[in-house]
Every structure is written in structure tokens, then in C-alpha cells.
Design a protein around this ligand. Structure first.
Ligand code: NAD
Ligand code: DAU
Length: 371
């Protein structure tokens, strides 16, 4: 094999797309998916690659340092693409310790295992890479710069002006989730600066697409609309997110893995800002249409609920560095991406029903009953 790459969190949403892309595109790379299979990890997400000769799965907790050291040696790992994390902001508000454990200590455990193994080799760090996948949430929140009275007349991008997160924006995380991701980013950069480990960090905006756990806005709402359950919109639905189709994120990771400059940071985003309430209406109309209902019939499922604590107002990524230096651009228009996404969830009810039976009901109730 030309390369031996550990992809952590490969059974999750984004990780499964990255694993699929690498396994299929690079038959001469061995891809070792390392995942603890938490509630968010699901081997069904990888069913189409599980029999490929260049793919291996290891059920493991990245916090288990001895095991990480063993995997590095056993598979002679030369690169790590690190996606494993606790990823849901609402859960981090209820249980911050789990986020510190996995996102901070887990990342540190992996970094140290890589350091010890790579430094034991004659060539040391040559040809090695620790690629850490992070989020735009570490930068904090942007202001809405909307002139009063224009909100409904123009698109979100025009409304909210030209202020974006760039790679040099100061870190200012607000939730336990983003604080834990920020901390892990600092550790990764510290391993480069202190030990000379070749590292890379990318910070991406909100992803959407197939295989996302239905606790996140888009799959949760698609499933609720299908079952005609209330759609819990936090606050007034005025918060803005910048949405990127998950396969475009995976393509960016592939490009940066191969051509990105060591020690650099790249922002990844689609220049595709939406106010929550607007994207929710698009989702309702799309689900209604694809289910043969009258478009907009389910708008009355919208239910405004108590806002998320510390809810960041707006995220918006400036990904021009990635475009200018490496030529990456999103391939999909949002309309096409959202249509494909809704269709995928409606066509894959079995996948959704398996996830949303049992434990999920308890989670759902605990999240929404007091709002
Ligand atoms: P996800 O929650 O869908 O998947 C996370 C995966 O990590 C799961 O398979 C889970 O089993 C695994 N995992 C969790 N704890 C683990 C541990 N201790 N050891 C081993 N495996 C563990 O997450 P996602 O949305 O696919 O996000 C993946 C990464 O991308 C995360 O690092 C996240 O911060 C980052 N990110 C996500 C988004 C987004 O919009 N979803 C955007 C930018 C960055
Ligand atoms: O920006 C990147 C981040 O995007 C990733 O780092 C995170 O892992 C990922 O979960 C996502 O975080 P968000 O908090 O932005 O995603 P979420 O889908 O939870 O929420 C999107 C927006 O919708 C947010 O403003 C909160 C709102 N929302 C969410 C849910 C689940 C609601 O109004 N109601 C809901 O029920």
C-alpha cells in the first residue's frame, strides 16, 4: 500500500463520506476507520465499502492512548485524518465533560500516539501528516448588519453584509462544544510548533447531506415533517448558518490532504448563508412536494421554542484562501443539494427508522419537553 491512513470518526456523518471517497478513489491506500461507535456512529453509513480490500474498521475510543499507540505501529500509519468528536452543541450544553474528554483529551491522545510512533522511525516526520478537522464555531459569532426594515426584501447574504470568518480571525468560542474544538485546534498547532509534527487544520461551516444524525436541524426537521411532528425553531429563527453539501467538504479534505501546505489553516465554506427560518421553509416545501403533499401544507408545524443558551447569531466562512491557493469551490448549487438531501432521507426511511427507535425517543423528549 502506498499509504496507511487512519480516519477517526469514519462511521459518523462527515467521516463516512470521507472514508467512502478515499476507499473508492485510492485503491492503493489502506484506509483504517477508527470509531468508538457512539450514538452518532453507525456502520450502516459505510455498508457500501465494508468489503473493499483496502478498508479496515477498528472499534476504538481515541481516548485509549495505549490502543492508539498500538494501532499506529500495527498499521504502520503515516497519516491521520481526525474527525472523531462529540459534535452536537445542544448535547454539549447538557454534558460538557463528555465533550472535553473526547474532543480535547481524545485529540491529545492521538497526537501523542502519532508523535511517539513517528519519532521512533528513522525518517521521523518525513511523509507524515496529522490532519485535524475543525469547525467555524471556534471563531465565535458574527453580527447581523441588517439595516432595519430590509430583512424580508433581500437575500441573507446581502442583508448580513461582508463580514466573514477568515483564517486569522481570533478564536472566541461560546459553547462547550466550540470551546472543546478550539482547545483541540490549539493542541494540534502546539504539536507542530513544539515537536515539528506536520499538521494541518481546516475549519468548515455547517454541513448537510445524507447520513447526518437526526439531532441536527436538517435531518431532524425532514423526519418530523414526514411524521407531522412539531418543528422546534429556537428563538425567532433569525440565526444564520452557512451551509455546505457534505460531499463538497469531503472533496476539500481530499484536496487539502494531498496539496495543502503543512502548518496551514484553511477555511471551508460555501458562501451560502441562510436564516434558519428561511431554510426551514425551503425544507418544508421540498418535503411536501416530494411526498405529494401540497407545498407549504406543513408550514403550521413550525413551533417557536425557547432559544438555545448562548446561541451564536451568525456564522459565515470566507473560503477564498482555499479557492485561490488550491482551486477548490463547492460543486453543487444549494437548490440541487437540498433536493438531493431531502430525497435521500425520504428514500432511506429504514436507515432513519432504525436510528429513531429506542434510545432516540428518550433523547428527543429530554431535549424538547422543557422548551
Ligand atoms: P458525527 O457526530 O456525525 O460523528 C462523529 C463520529 O465520531 C461518530 O462516528 C462517533 O462514533 C465518533 N466518535 C465520537 N467519540 C469518539 C471517541 N471517543 N473515539 C472514537 N470515535 C468517536 O460528527 P460529524 O458531524 O460527522 O462531524 C465530524 C467532525 O467534523 C467533527 O470533528 C466536527 O467537529 C467537525 N465538523 C462538523 C461539521 C458539521 O456541520 N457537522 C462542520 C464542521 C466541522
Ligand atoms: O458550523 C459548523 C457546526 O455546525 C458544526 O461544528 C457542528 O458539529 C454542527 O452540529 C453544526 O452546529 P449548529 O449548532 O449550527 O447545527 P444544528 O443543526 O444543531 O443547528 C443549526 C441551526 O438551527 C442553529 O442555529 C440552531 C437551530 N436549530 C437547531 C435544532 C437542532 C433549531 O432552531 N431547532 C433545532 O431543533
Amino acid at each position: 500500500m502506498k499509504r496507511n491512513i487512519i480516519i477517526t470518526g469514519g462511521a459518523g456523518f462527515i467521516g463516512s463520506h470521507v472514508v467512502r471517497l478515499f476507499v473508492n478513489k485510492y485503491p492503493d491506500y489502506r484506509i483504517i476507520c477508527v470509531d468508538k461507535l457512539t450514538y452518532a456512529g453507525n456502520l450502516a453509513n459505510l455498508a457500501d465499502v465494508e468489503d473493499k480490500p483496502n478498508y479496515a474498521f477498528v472499534k476504538a475510543d481515541i481516548c485509549d492512548y495505549d490502543l492508539m499507540c498500538r494501532l499506529m505501529r500495527e498499521y504502520e500509519v503515516d497519516s491521520i485524518i481526525h474527525l472523531a468528536a462529540e459534535s452536537h452543541v445542544d448535547r454539549s450544553i447538557k454534558d460538557p465533560f463528555t465533550f472535553a474528554r473526547t474532543n480535547v483529551m481524545g485529540t491529545l491522545s492521538l497526537l501523542q500516539a502519532a508523535k511517539v510512533y513517528w519519532e521512533s522511525l528513522p525518517e521521523k516526520y518525513e511523509g507524515k501528516l496529522f490532519y485535524h478537522i475543525s469547525t467555524d464555531e471556534v471563531y465565535g459569532a458574527l453580527e447581523l448588519t441588517c439595516p432595519e426594515g430590509r430583512k424580508d426584501e433581500v437575500s441573507a447574504h446581502e442583508v448580513y453584509g461582508d463580514e466573514f470568518f477568515v483564517e486569522t480571525t481570533k478564536y472566541n468560542p461560546h459553547s462547550p462544544y466550540s470551546a472543546s474544538k478550539a482547545s483541540s485546534d490549539h493542541f494540534v498547532r502546539a504539536y507542530h510548533d513544539t515537536y515539528g509534527m506536520p499538521t494541518l487544520v481546516t475549519n468548515c461551516s455547517n454541513n448537510y447531506g445524507p447520513y447526518q444524525f437526526p439531532e441536527k436541524l436538517i435531518p431532524l426537521f425532514i423526519n418530523n415533517i414526514r411524521h407531522r411532528k412539531p418543528l422546534p425553531v429556537y428563538g425567532k429563527g433569525e440565526n444564520v448558518r452557512d451551509w455546505l453539501f457534505v460531499e463538497d467538504h469531503a472533496r476539500a479534505i481530499d484536496l487539502i490532504f494531498h496539496r495543502g501546505n503543512v502548518a496551514e489553516t484553511y477555511n471551508i465554506g460555501g458562501f451560502n448563508e441562510w436564516k434558519n427560518i428561511d431554510i426551514i421553509k425551503v425544507i418544508i416545501n421540498t418535503v411536501d412536494r416530494l411526498l405529494g403533499r401540497k407545498e407549504g401544507e406543513d408550514l403550521d408545524l413550525i413551533t417557536f421554542v425557547t432559544d438555545r443558551a448562548g446561541h451564536d447569531l451568525r456564522y459565515a466562512i470566507d473560503s477564498r484562501k482555499l479557492k485561490n491557493e488550491l482551486g477548490w469551490e463547492p460543486s453543487l448549487q444549494f437548490e440541487e443539494g437540498i433536493e438531493r438531501t431531502v430525497r435521500w432521507y425520504l428514500d432511506n426511511q429504514e436507515w432513519m427508522d432504525r436510528i429513531t427507535s429506542g434510545e432516540y425517543e428518550k433523547y428527543y423528549e429530554s431535549m424538547y419537553k422543557n422548551r
